[in-house]
Design a protein around this ligand. Structure first.
Ligand code: PHE
Ligand code: FE
Length: 282
């Protein structure tokens, strides 16, 4: 790792976590296990199993990195919190996933705006065990450095938001979750699949990069991919001309629907206008 990157890392100091902190992890972990069994995508559940990520407590990043490294060449680095954009992208481009170390307190179990170690490790790291997704994250890092340079970070950040953090995937068994922001949230992991209110739209790169988002509430719109190969293929082209194209178009509010949108039909809840009343509200 280059000096610039190394300067932003800290030691996890795993031995310093208290028993109370490990207990918060276990609480969160067990609750998500129950919820995600039938809601998370196969790739996530496989990744989690492959990591053997600790139902027992906050994992040691070094041990986790060794397993992850063998699978896809990714490693986890400990950071104090948010790092500058260029540093964040450079980490991803080097297949280093920056993770926070602190864990939320017992009275913050359901709601937290900033990432903590549960979100970073339990939400993101299992997906990095998947080779295609791992390559996507690295490509995103490289794309981030480029977007910074071109002045289009705002557009690219929406892609991260609506895929890496809040993405849904259509599978033969039904709609499943792959976005880490959902995977680490008990409330949203039910809401995103079962609540009739949010829109679930077929993934479209330009539409995603035009769509605003809120960081302080459940999503009003989710984008559904068919598989990770589709996501990887859609994001492979040079974004420079695409940025110019969408810069000429209006941004789309988070809850809006456009005439050309393709709604994903097969979600588990009942439709708003359907004859049956939803029982899926959370
Ligand atoms: N293809 C993008 C570009 O040229 C880079 C990228 C890849 C961005 C994958 C996001 C995800 O900027
Ligand atoms: Fe995250």
């Amino acid at each position: 790792m280059s000096g610039r990157l190394a300067d932003h890392t800290i030691e996890q100091n795993w031995q310093d976590y208290s028993e109370a902190e490990h207990a918060v992890w276990r609480l969160l972990f067990e609750r998500q296990q129950q919820l995600l069994k039938r809601r998370a995508c196969r790739e996530y559940l496989q990744g989690l199993r492959g990591l053997g990520v600790a139902a027992h407590g906050i994992p040691d990043f070094g041990r986790l990195s060794d397993i992850l490294d063998r699978a896809t060449g990714w490693r986890i680095v400990a950071v104090p919190g948010l790092v500058p954009d260029d540093v964040f992208f450079a980490f991803l481009a080097a297949r280093r996933f920056p993770s926070t170390c602190f864990i939320r307190t017992r009275d913050q179990l359901d709601y937290l705006q900033e990432p903590d170690v549960f979100h970073d490790i339990c939400g993101h790291v299992p997906m990095l065990m998947n080779p295609v997704f791992g390559d996507y994250m690295q490509a995103y890092g490289e794309g981030g450095l480029k977007a910074l340079h071109l002045g289009h970070l705002g557009h690219l950040a929406r892609l991260y938001w609506y895929t890496v953090e809040f993405g849904l995937i259509a599978t033969p068994e039904g709609l499943r979750i792959y976005g880490s922001g959902i995977l680490s949230s008990a409330g949203e992991s039910v809401y995103c699949l079962e609540d009739p209110r949010p829109h679930r739209l077929r993934f479209d790169l330009r539409r995603v990069m035009r769509t605003e988002y809120h960081i302080d509430r459940y999503q009003e719109t989710y984008f559904v991919i068919d598989d990770f190969a589709q996501l990887f293929a859609a994001t492979r082209p040079d974004f420079a001309p695409i940025y110019r194209e969408i810069a000429a178009l209006r941004d789309v509010p988070a809850a809006a629907i456009l005439s050309e949108d393709r709604e994903f039909k097969g979600f588990r809840g009942r439709k708003k206008e359907g004859p049956r009343v939803s029982t899926a509200r959370v």
